[in-house]
Design a protein around this ligand. Structure first.
Ligand code: FAD
Ligand code: 8R5
Length: 459
């Protein structure tokens, strides 16, 4: 039996990777992407937008032979540099050593590498083509091309990797409700920039290059991720509406600058283009998207942000979507004749994990904006570090499971809760002082109460 023709909506990171993996398995693959080709049209009007790549995303890129070229364009981030304002900034390492780091990569550069590789594997990209409607009975896509003309395309299978505002999802919903639920966070974000300096090497960076910077301020925060050429992309996270401070109470760049002068006095002088950026950039609202159903019998399936958009605070949206792509490509290649079963199995495997990372991402906002500077949190972190050293077979910080392993997100979430309860118990009996916890007792507690971890890190 010939392999079904596969049509993808969306040539973002998830669509491009999935298309590549499927083409390599011998499928005929077309991708319709609404934007122009970034390799010829340029990207985002010259803005450097970066994102954090971690083990799950890297593993997926390895499958496409792209890990090395991507890392060559990335900046290593060893941990979070916390700027409390009251004391010198301090690095909290994400992992145990330099094998456990995350990478700041330019979205545009990553996208270009992925498109080149997918095309070389035989994928046909159709840029400037917007999916407008889908006739699932006739298996026909209705598209608008760059000139405004209407086009049609017949598909065998339709894979929706067209992001959080997915047109494929909307079309599926008209045939069968997917149980869509959108939960607004109530906070929005604004992108700003620390430009690079005129020096050479590390001197080009105005602040430590090898860190993800956080300015926690309780109800809101700023973060900054480094770009290879020395600049940083800064993001302000703040409630959209409500009492000061919220975006609604910062009607113009002057009010915003006043707010920064009080809240982020060390940061404002590093951003000479603050007023211009604040005026020019939008403040998109953050939300989580949940669906009960990701597929329409054997005809269409959603993945990546189209299936499970999440808030950004664990830096896992793309990492999770790339993990989806690897899983779906493997299932389709294994059983190309039975897409209905494949799509159902894909959802069965991935949805609990998507739900878990969406929940952990919400929790990590509180951790980032508030707890990172909180003594109780730091005590727990310190005890965790002692245990990671003393019983690595039974304790691994949740952040490390999420970021540096491929243990299922749902496992990290459940295990994290169980570990947390034990840490609380130990700290309570030691008056909150992590150094006062007797290590042998702590080790015994973890060994007795928890199963050994499935995968020792780093072999
Ligand atoms: P998208 O990247 O949204 O790609 C969808 C593609 O489909 C786009 O190219 C779009 O043009 C196209 N498209 C949309 N509609 C149509 C249509 N009707 N017809 C045809 N094409 C269409 N994740 C991380 O893991 N780490 C991070 O640090 C991180 N930082 C982020 C920073 C920012 C500012 C943002 C906004 C997100 C960040 N994320 C991060 C999340 C990450 O960007 C997404 O999870 C990821 O891009 C999802 O990939 P995707 O391919 O599913 O969707
Ligand atoms: N996404 C990230 C982390 C975790 C950092 C930590 C957090 C910006 C819109 Cl907010 C955020 C993380 O726990 O110390 N790793 O990677 C990326 C993040 O935000 C991205 C850049 C972002 C959507 C704006």
């Amino acid at each position: 039996m010939p392999l079904p023709n596969i049509t993808l909506a969306g040539g973002g990171p998830v669509g491009a990777l999935l298309a590549h993996l499927l083409a390599r398995c011998g499928f005929s693959v077309d991708v319709f992407e609404k934007r122009p080709d970034p390799r010829t049209a340029g990207y985002e009007a010259g803005r450097s937008i970066n994102l954090a790549l971690a083990e799950r995303g890297l593993h997926a890129l390895r499958a496409a032979g792209l890990a090395e070229p991507v890392l060559a364009l990335s900046v290593m981030m060893r941990g979070r540099m916390v700027h409390t304002g009251s004391s010198a900034p301090e690095l909290q390492r994400y992992g145990l050593d330099d094998r456990e780091v995350i990478w700041s990569v330019s979205r545009g550069e990553l996208n270009k590498l992925m498109l080149d590789a997918a095309e070389a594997a035989g994928v046909r990209f159709h840029f400037g083509h917007v999916v407008e409607q889908v006739d699932f009975d006739a298996r026909r896509l209705h598209l608008r091309d760059a000139g405004g003309g209407t086009r049609h395309h017949e598909f065998g299978l339709l894979l929706g990797a067209d992001g959080a505002g997915s047109a494929v999802r909307t079309a599926m919903h008209h045939v069968q409700p997917l149980g869509e639920r959108v939960e607004a966070l109530g906070h929005a974000y604004k992108e700003l920039e620390i430009p690079s300096r005129s020096g050479a090497g590390a001197a080009r960076f105005a602040i430590e290059p090898h860190a993800l910077h956080i300015w926690p301020r309780g109800g809101h925060m700023c973060i900054a991720l480094p770009n290879p050429e020395g600049s940083f992309t800064v993001t302000l996270f703040l409630p959209g509406v409500g009492p000061y401070p919220s975006f609604a109470t910062l009607p113009d760049a002057e009010h915003a600058a006043d707010f920064f002068r009080t809240e982020f006095p060390d940061l404002l002088p590093l951003m000479p283009g603050f007023a211009e950026d604040f005026r020019a950039h939008p403040a998109p609202n953050l939300y989580t998207l949940y669906l009960d159903r990701w597929h329409l019998d054997g005809r269409a399936v959603l993945l990546g942000d189209a299936a499970h958009a999440m808030v950004p605070f664990h830096g896992q949206g793309m990492n999770c979507g790339l993990e989806d792509a690897v899983e779906l490509a493997g299932l389709l290649a294994g059983d190309p004749a039975d897409p209905a079963t494949v799509f159902a199995e894909f959802q069965r495997r991935r949805k609990p994990n998507a739900d878990a990372i969406a929940a952990m991402a919400l929790e990590n906002y509180v951790e980032m904006r508030d707890s990172v500077a909180d003594p109780g949190y730091l005590a727990k972190r310190a005890l965790g570090l002692r245990l990671a050293d003393a019983v690595p077979s039974h304790f691994m910080a949740r952040y490390r499971m999420v970021t540096f392993t491929r243990l299922p997100y749902a496992f990290a979430y459940t295990r994290g809760k169980a570990q947390d309860a034990l840490l609380d118990e130990l700290l309570a009996s030691a008056g909150g002082d992590p150094q006062a916890v007797a290590l042998d007792e702590a080790v015994a507690l973890f060994r007795n109460r928890l199963d050994p971890l499935p995968n020792p890190p780093h072999g």
